[in-house]
Design a protein around this ligand. Structure first.
Ligand code: ADP
Ligand code: MG
Length: 698
């Protein structure tokens, strides 16, 4: 019955069903059941208008609608109602659905208004309140706590408001018994956490008795959501471990030793050594490695990756390294070519702009096995790229790649290659456990010695002249500077104009021939980008004006100043990534965050965080709290996580317990076949398609 179409629920029918499907993605009874309220309001409490204060949650007020009028221009019409009780008046405002709302309301009647008061022009008002005739309160569904469901203006226009959804939930739950919502956790887990049953939980969430019960019910469902994700990820890992053989890299040979003894001109940090050990253990185990390497910008991940590749080549395998941008791929290619020169390793670069005979040759050599090391962009995962015996694949700055793209590396061989994924965007633990819970994780938590942290300051436009002066001083001392502009897809045109205006301003201030300026942005042809980049790397130019294309991985130790224009518009991890481009040499470096005078509170927190810390993990945590997991830089795939109640930014403690429980379960019952896990197994099977394999690399 839970999988029946929502159309057949009493009170729905074809027309409303279509609306529920289109507006809320509710197709079945089960979808409705899992459409949870986003908050509760206390219906037993009424507020008086004079008692309204800032920061109140949703409240209800009884009063009379004394007037109602449409104001504003035709294109931006608002509906404004005056709402009065014996203590004062309040404005009610609608910006959307103006005509139909006006039609549904009657002036001089008594209503109950629900909504969240806000201050505008020093007066309180409620935007888009729900109004209900006061008389109608006689048949109110509940008098205590009432669930509030998200709806849309379109739904409301068709009489499907929060209360209508509540009624549908009531109808649905009245027709479901506990057999139809069987327990899906083991008795052991239920006992351990003193969970209430699944059936009870769902009932209480939609029909709350009191705050305490709501919390119990919500915690249990959150646990369940997180637990099944963890279980699936760990099963995936287990399954891979049992089924997939890996190439066994038995020995360290000439390549590795020559590099380590002759080419490496610094001592590895303790953290780098530890990670190299972890990788060696993996690739020597006969199992396929799937490892995520997290390390802050500048922590020295590249050299670790190179050593892993050398081990692969020592054992007769081909290797490849994929980077998210052309600039970065070229940079890796140059570094690697230099470091490995004369070692007898054939190395090629493959990007979208390499065409014709050259491309054909590279493809042939990869297929014949002639080519040992291929570096490139997304071009590497295209169908036409085939290897003879790819042994290990490195994915740099993985967050720029989608899951599917990563998965395709797997198919480059009969036996999948070892995979090392590297990210410089430290991911908060909750997110890492959820997005990469099936991978092994290494962390480089130590920077190479002697690194001097960039000094970060916050300035606004009135300081610009002094900042330019400072840039000139630095340039006089032989340093180079970045000036970065935002380029956001939604406002690309404007941003592009800002960039060009900015560039012209910079050119006026730093006139050639004394100063030379590079510019790099996404609209340029990649040859031109590379040319400009190369000029900067060669110190032919002193200033690089750029958009965030330079964000990832670019390594120019002589660049000591970074000015970030409109810094308030960048995300926190993006700012952190950008700042990571400087402070790579032996000199003090400076990051200057330019903003408007006025900042939103979120923007202020982002800037303050940048001023306070350079610890990528701390920054990632703040970012997660600010933006929520769905929107974190580079983890777009998190949108695929089937979480309805649990929130990765807030429910870390529950996640840890869920992970622990899943681990314990699989330790005791790896194939989930013991009688006490029967319900759990059934549920898992029923929902096995729900995770679209987002973190699955295979
Ligand atoms: P990221 O982790 O951001 O990719 P890179 O691998 O680009 O960092 O390394 C940053 C810089 O630090 C490079 O110039 C690299 O040669 C240097 N480096 C890496 N490891 C060490 C080390 N152990 N000691 C000194 N310098 C190092
Ligand atoms: Mg890097």
């Amino acid at each position: 019955m839970l999988h029946d179409s929502i159309e057949y629920l009493k009170g729905v029918g074809p027309k409303r069903a279509a609306l529920l499907q289109n507006e809320l993605n509710i197709h079945t009874f089960e979808d409705l059941l899992y459409y949870y309220p986003f908050r509760y309001i206390d219906k037993s409490k009424y507020y008086k208008i004079k008692d309204i204060q800032p920061d109140l949650p949703f409240i209800q007020i009884v009063g009379t609608l004394v007037s109602l009028s449409k104001v504003g221009k035709p294109r931006s019409k608002r509906l404004v109602g005056k709402f009065k009780d014996e203590t004062g008046t309040l404005e009610l405002i609608w910006f959307k659905g103006v005509s139909w709302v006006a039609k549904t309301l009657q002036v001089n009647k008594q209503y109950v208004a629900f909504g969240k008061p806000t201050i505008y022009n020093r007066k309180f008002n409620i935007a888009h309140p729900e109004l209900e005739l006061f008389d109608a309160k006689a048949d109110t569904l509940s008098t205590g706590l009432e669930p509030v469901y998200n709806t849309t203006e379109k739904l409301k226009a068709n009489w499907i408001n929060s209360r209508a959804i509540m009624k549908l939930q009531r109808t649905l739950l009245a027709n479901i018994n506990s057999n139809e919502l069987p327990e899906n956790l083991s008795e052991e887990i239920i006992r351990k956490y003193r969970f209430i049953s699944r059936f009870e939980s769902l009932n209480y969430i939609h029909f709350p008795k009191d705050e305490e019960v709501i919390k119990k019910a919500i915690d249990r469902i959150k646990f369940e959501e997180l637990f099944f994700i963890q279980l699936k990820l760990l099963l995936l890992k287990l399954d891979r471990f049992e089924k997939i053989e890996g190439h066994e890299f038995k020995e360290l040979g000439n390549f590795f030793n020559t590099f380590y003894n002759e080419r490496l001109d610094f001592e590895l940090t303790g953290a780098q050594k530890k990670v190299v050990k972890e990788i060696r253990k993996d690739v020597g185990s006969g199992k396929q490695m799937n490892r995520l390497l997290q390390g802050d910008v500048g922590s020295g991940k590249t050299v670790v990756a190179l050593m892993a590749m050398l081990i692969g080549m020592d054992n007769g395998f081909q290797t490849c390294m994929m980077a998210p941008t052309e600039i970065l791929a070229v940079q890796h290619y140059n570094t690697v070519s230099k470091l490995f020169a004369g070692m007898g390793i054939s190395i090629e670069l493959l990007t979208g702009s390499i065409k014709g005979a050259k491309r054909k040759q590279i493809l042939e050599d990869a297929f014949s096995g002639e080519l040992k090391l291929l570096i490139g962009t997304h071009a590497l995962i295209e169908e036409e790229v085939k290897f003879k015996n790819l042994g290990i694949a490195i994915i740099d700055e993985q967050h720029r790649f989608g899951v599917k793209q990563r998965a395709r590396l797997h198919t480059k061989n009969e036996k999948p290659p070892h995979i090392l994924i590297m990210t410089a965007t430290p991911i908060p633990r909750t997110l890492a456990l959820t997005l990469y819970g099936d991978l092994d994780v290494s962390i480089i938590d130590e920077l190479p010695p002697g690194r001097i942290m960039p000094k970060t300051v916050h300035k606004n436009d009135s300081n610009r002249l002094r900042i330019f002066g400072f840039l000139k001083e630095q340039i006089k001392e032989g340093r180079q500077a970045f000036i970065v502009y935002p380029l956001i897809e939604e406002s690309e045109k404007m941003d592009y104009k800002d960039l060009m205006d900015g560039y012209e301003g910079v050119v006026r201030e730093f006139a050639p021939p004394q100063y030379q300026i590079s510019i790099v942005h996404g609209r340029m042809k990649s040859e031109d980008k590379d040319y400009e980049m190369q000029r900067f790397i060669n110190k032919e130019t002193q200033i690089m004006v750029a958009t965030t294309v330079i964000e990832v991985g670019v390594d120019i130790p002589n660049a000591t100043v970074m000015v970030i224009e409109s810094a308030q518009r960048f995300g926190l991890s993006q700012l952190h990534q950008l700042r990571g481009r400087i402070g790579r040499g032996a000199d003090q470096s400076y990051c200057i965050l330019m903003t408007d005078y006025k900042l939103s509170s979120d923007a202020r927190l982002r800037i303050d965080t940048m001023l306070k810390t350079s610890d990528g993990f701390v920054i990632a945590e703040v970012d997660l709290k600010l933006r929520g997991p769905g929107d974190i830089e580079g983890t777009q795939q998190s949108g695929l996580i089937p979480l309805r109640l649990a929130n990765l930014a807030l429910d870390g403690a529950i996640l840890e317990e869920a992970r622990k429980s899943a681990l314990k379960l699989l330790e005791e019952d790896p194939h989930i076949e013991s009688p006490q896990n029967r319900g759990l197994n059934r549920f898992l099977k029923q929902h096995k398609d729900e995770m679209i394999g987002w973190s699955k690399i295979a």
